[in-house]
Design a protein around this ligand. Structure first.
Ligand SMILES: [Zn+2]
Length: 446
């Protein structure tokens, strides 16, 4: 269904207003953005509830009722954004919502105020014809810092607001291509994230006569062991289906190689050899099959003195583990690797976000594939394991990260989301609204 021009205009102006209110997290509460969304929905006859676990930390909830319980679909987005470290490197200001070259520019245009505006416009369009089953919209606060003031809070204190058969969120919908064969991604699974704090202790001393073991060198050895751990190669359902879909229509031998990537014993071998992929592509592909452990912070100092051996040293390793694995198994593996270093080195779990994975045989995933088959004929929508983490992990219902943007390849999305010059193409925004309306209709009336 083509979008009525006045509806697109009002969605664009809503998004511009959302981009102009700075809701960078931490520090700038979401309330003004939540109020803008509420006013937009209410001007179209849709009541919105604002929930505020702490002053200004506002999430918005709105319902389109239907028969039956629970609602068929939860549309999930977030209205906080990551900060802008360097405003001067943007071609257009991050909070001025300028329109240039067919794009609307601003922090949050993609992640995820664009989706919040698209979901609001979707609700307005869906309201024109009664639905058999209902839809819930949640535009949450605090996604970028774990959802303690957003979806995680809703889950603990108002779980009814998150009830639905399926959820549509962020993390997919980009249009990639391999050898001129385009495809869309739909994030059906996400890796878990676990911060592991490594602490090393040792004797102090003079740097000119170094002790046999020292906190800094123990720490360096511990980090070296952890970041080089041979994690088991694990092809999950999402990645196996992704590669199978990617291989379809590719010339030989690439089609065979893609298929073999997800199978023993060739998979690990092929991944190691790269088989003609660029370094960046091969690195991205590896994350679909392996746990990664990345050193993200390191600290050791003995005050001002460069000639004193410090007694304590610390590092943080961010581990991204695959669905099916757990923080316990990750920590056990890490502790085993450190055992021979003795009691001076400890590994403790820090911040954690669980992994998630949704089945591929649900009415929502089918509706997404069918809708995209009509909207962009011949371009398949492939299930995808997102190596990162979104609010969908907090839900008890199958979640699908899908905000379809036909002119945004995944590599470019990776640069713009959390980077500078974040922007959304206006015709992509229109496409996303149309597609989301169609998906919702199929799920709710199907
Ligand atoms: Zn986001």
């Amino acid at each position: 269904m083509p979008l009525p021009p006045n509806l697109l205009d009002s969605a664009v102006s809503l998004l511009r207003d959302l981009l102009r209110v700075e809701t960078t997290n931490p520090g700038r509460p979401e309330a003004p953005a939540a109020r803008l969304l509420a006013a937009y929905l209410e001007s179209h006859g849709i009541a919105a509830e604002l929930v505020e676990p702490a002053p200004g930390r506002t999430s918005l909830i709105a319902h389109l009722p239907g028969a039956g319980d629970p609602p068929a679909l939860l549309l999930l987005s977030h209205i906080d954004t990551v900060p802008v470290p360097d405003t001067s490197s943007w071609a257009h200001g991050p909070f001025t919502a300028e329109m240039a070259d067919g794009y609307l520019w601003g922090r949050g245009a993609l992640d995820a105020k664009g989706q919040a505006a698209a979901h609001a416009a979707t609700l307005v369009l869906l309201r024109e014809k009664p639905l058999r089953r209902g839809v819930v919209l949640v535009a949450a606060a605090d996604e970028e810092r774990g959802g303690e003031m957003g979806v995680r809070w809703l889950r603990q204190h108002k779980p009814d607001t998150l009830r639905a058969s399926y959820a549509l969120g962020e993390g997919g919908g980009f249009k990639g291509s391999l050898g001129n064969r385009p495809y869309y991604t739909c994030a059906v699974a996400e890796k878990g994230s676990l911060d592991v704090r490594i602490h090393a202790r040792g004797p102090s001393g003079h740097a000119s006569v170094p002790p046999a073991t020292m906190a800094p060198s123990l720490l360096v050895e511990a980090v070296r062991r952890i970041t080089r751990l041979p994690w088991p190669w694990t092809p999950g359902e999402a990645s196996t289906a992704f590669l199978r879909g990617l291989g379809r229509g590719q010339p030989l031998p690439r089609s065979l190689a893609l298929r073999a990537l997800a199978s023993r014993p060739l998979g690990p071998f092929l991944l190691q050899r790269g088989f003609g992929l660029s370094g960046e592509q091969a690195r991205a592909l590896r994350t679909l099959f392996y746990t990664t452990a990345t050193l993200t912070a390191i600290h050791a100092d003995a005050g001002e003195a460069a000639n004193v051996v410090p007694t304590e040293a610390e590092a943080t390793i961010n581990v991204r583990y695959l669905p099916g694995d757990s923080p316990d198994t990750v920590l056990t593996r890490i502790r085993q690797a450190l055992r021979s270093l003795g009691n001076g080195v400890t590994a403790e779990a820090g911040t954690h976000s669980p992994a998630r994975s949704a089945p591929l045989d649900t009415p929502l995933f089918q509706a997404i594939q069918e809708t995209m088959g009509l909207s962009d004929p011949g371009v398949p929508t492939l299930p995808f394991l997102l190596p990162a983490s979104t609010d969908l992990r907090e839900l008890d219902v199958p979640g699908y990260g899908f905000f379809p943007l036909p002119h945004l390849p995944p590599e470019e999305a990776a640069r713009l989301v959390h980077g500078h010059d974040e922007r959304i193409r206006l015709d992509d925004l229109a496409f996303a609204i149309e597609a989301t309306v169609e998906v919702a209709r199929r799920v709710c009336d199907g």
